[in-house]
Design a protein around this ligand. Structure first.
Ligand SMILES: C[S@@+](CC[C@H](N)C(=O)[O-])C[C@H]1O[C@@H](n2cnc3c(N)ncnc32)[C@H](O)[C@@H]1O
Length: 287
């Protein structure tokens, strides 16, 4: 395995600069596609390193754009990289890049929101991506739903979203996304980047979150129950639980779990939400 960033770069064949590739393919950044590119190879190599051991792993990269992070991933010992991209111009760039890495890089032109990424490569699978910010949250929730399929996710979000994913109870960013993510995975912010690290720069800071699914994952019906409970509890977060959970037979749920109905959603631990989701599922199966 390469010992450092310079050694990793040395593993790549001589490639055209990303700026030249962008201009040759007319890949001017489009806001609607959340396009903020990473062109600094030191930064992309650091992100690839944050993904941990990639030897023998199959990596899915969502939104390769001009391919900076893709190149960094190819400089690791990953068994394969599958890039999923919506923008035809970027698909053209990655198709060209794939010619330099026969059998190791493939590109799929698709919307990652509707494509089941688990069908694209065998396990053990990782996702590594600088995500399009406009669809990052629904993408993450979809991948959490398939927790068993992923060994690890290393994902760039807007800093505020990464903070919500990793927030502790009773802290300002704690909410539905943090409960769902931490219920399914170990989550941590492992890198922060200022707007100037991207071309063009976004309006806000960004952060990479490392998301490692727990060994045991909720079954689909329990995941749905947790989605319903957290939507109700945080949908009216200023309300006490006995009010916000009313539509889910809240009184019964609270009695069964022993959780005080005068508490508010943001004070509950992930373990307490787990109890509520299990009680809700049991109640809905019984009725
Ligand atoms: C933030 S840019 C990252 C580009 C590149 N990985 C980089 O770091 O320079 C997000 C990328 O996701 C692509 N994208 C946007 N929406 C998508 C979707 N629904 N499915 C797949 N790719 C998408 C964009 O075209 C763009 O290339």
């Amino acid at each position: 395995m390469p010992a450092n960033i310079r050694e990793s770069e040395a593993l790549l064949p001589a490639l055209e600069s990303l700026r030249d590739v962008i201009s040759r393919h007319g890949l001017d950044a489009r806001k609607a596609l959340g396009q903020h590119f990473l062109l600094d190879p030191d930064i992309t190599a650091r992100i690839a390193a944050l993904a941990g051991k990639l030897e023998g792993r199959h990596v899915v990269e969502v939104g390769p754009g001009p391919g900076g992070l893709t190149r960094a991933l190819l400089a690791t010992p990953a068994a394969s990289v599958t890039a999923v991209e919506l923008d035809t111009r970027a698909v053209g760039i990655i198709t060209e890049l794939a010619a330099h890495f026969p059998g190791r890089l493939s590109v799929v032109e698709a919307d990652a929101l509707t494509q089941d990424l688990t069908t694209l490569c065998p396990a053990p699978r990782h996702i590594v991506a600088n995500l399009p910010y406009n669809v990052a949250t629904p993408l993450l929730i979809g991948w959490l739903r398939q927790g068993n399929a992923w060994e690890r996710l290393t994902l760039m979000f807007q800093l505020e979203v990464a903070e919500r994913i990793c927030a502790a109870p009773d802290s300002p960013h704690y909410g539905r996304l943090g409960v769902l993510a931490q219920w399914c995975a170990q989550c941590a912010i492992v890198m922060k980047l200022p707007p100037g690290a991207f071309t063009p720069p976004p309006a806000v800071w960004s952060a990479v979150a490392s998301i490692i699914p727990h060994a045991t994952q909720p079954e689909p019906a329990l995941f749905k129950a947790m989605e319903r409970v957290t939507a109700a509890a945080f949908g009216q977060r200023r309300k006490m639980l006995r009010g916000s959970l009313k539509s889910l037979k809240g009184e019964q749920l609270l009695a069964e779990t022993g959780i005080d109905g005068t508490r508010r959603a943001e004070t509950l631990s992930v373990a307490e939400f787990d109890c509520l989701a299990k009680a809700h599922l049991a109640l809905s199966r019984a009725s």
